[in-house]
Design a protein around this ligand. Structure first.
Ligand SMILES: Cc1cc2nc3c(=O)[nH]c(=O)nc-3n(C[C@H](O)[C@H](O)[C@H](O)COP(=O)(O)O)c2cc1C
Length: 210
């Protein structure tokens, strides 16, 4: 099984999503010792935001004649999409920042959404080309969005679901830690709840992967 493990929190060792995404990967490796893991730390090793020149590596933009630095960015886009396509399972640490994903994670998503590689347009509309993968997103947020009045302000999980759905991936599960900014007790409770969801999430993954 090929696992692509991605972290995108800016909070270093204080990060909830980093801690939990590592726990998920460790559990997968304990159950499946032959698992190959590719790791990307999008906060410590940032993927640059798209520019017209960078996007021209995989989109028709009318821009040509690229300097060497841009050609390296084109190579990176190719590496990122190849890594993504080679994975069976994605474990993504996705903190909620300003109601959505971190800009670091968004920059990575912008590199892997490539027509002809991860989706295509047909006369019946867009079709995802990356189906069959399974995604576990570790989602952490300061407040509470799963239920209640703030549900409609969750553009993080809903966005990730829509994005991966567009690429053909419907098997997406959220291991969620809420209330991280509501005091230590609330943070600990949210993390404990998320941690307790890991064994079942990995068991479902294993059942599907075998
Ligand atoms: C820049 C920034 C923006 C944030 N925006 C939100 C937000 O919009 N809503 C929310 O509930 N929490 C917000 N938070 C709190 C984080 O979601 C929370 O700290 C969570 O634990 C982040 O995951 P991490 O610990 O892995 O970084 C924000 C935190 C930071 C640092």
């Amino acid at each position: 099984m090929n696992v692509l493990h991605i972290d995108s929190s800016i909070m270093g060792s204080d990060s909830i999503t980093r801690d939990l995404s590592a726990a998920i990967v460790a559990r997968i490796q304990a159950i499946h010792p032959d698992t190959q893991v590719q790791y990307r730390d999008l906060a410590n090793d940032e993927v640059r935001h798209l520019s017209g020149s960078i996007a021209a590596g995989f989109r028709q933009t009318g821009i040509s004649d690229f300097p060497a630095a841009t050609l390296l960015e084109h190579q990176l886009s190719e590496t990122l999409v190849t890594e993504f396509l080679a994975s069976d399972v994605l474990i993504i640490g996705a903190p909620m920042y300003n109601f959505s994903v971190s800009s670091q994670l968004k920059a990575w998503l912008d590199r892997i959404a490539q027509v002809g590689r991860t989706f295509k347009y047909t006369e019946h509309g867009p079709v995802g080309l990356a189906g069959g993968k399974r995604v576990i997103v570790v989602s952490a947020r300061g407040g509470f969005y799963a239920d209640g009045p703030f549900q409609k302000m969750d553009f993080q999980e809903s966005y990730l679901k829509a994005f991966f759905g567009f690429l053909g991936i419907t098997d997406i599960e959220f291991v969620r830690a809420e209330g991280a900014s509501k005091g230590e007790q609330s943070r600990d409770k949210g993390v404990a709840l998320a941690r307790s969801a890991i064994p079942d999430a990995v068991a479902r993954l294993s059942a599907a992967a075998l």
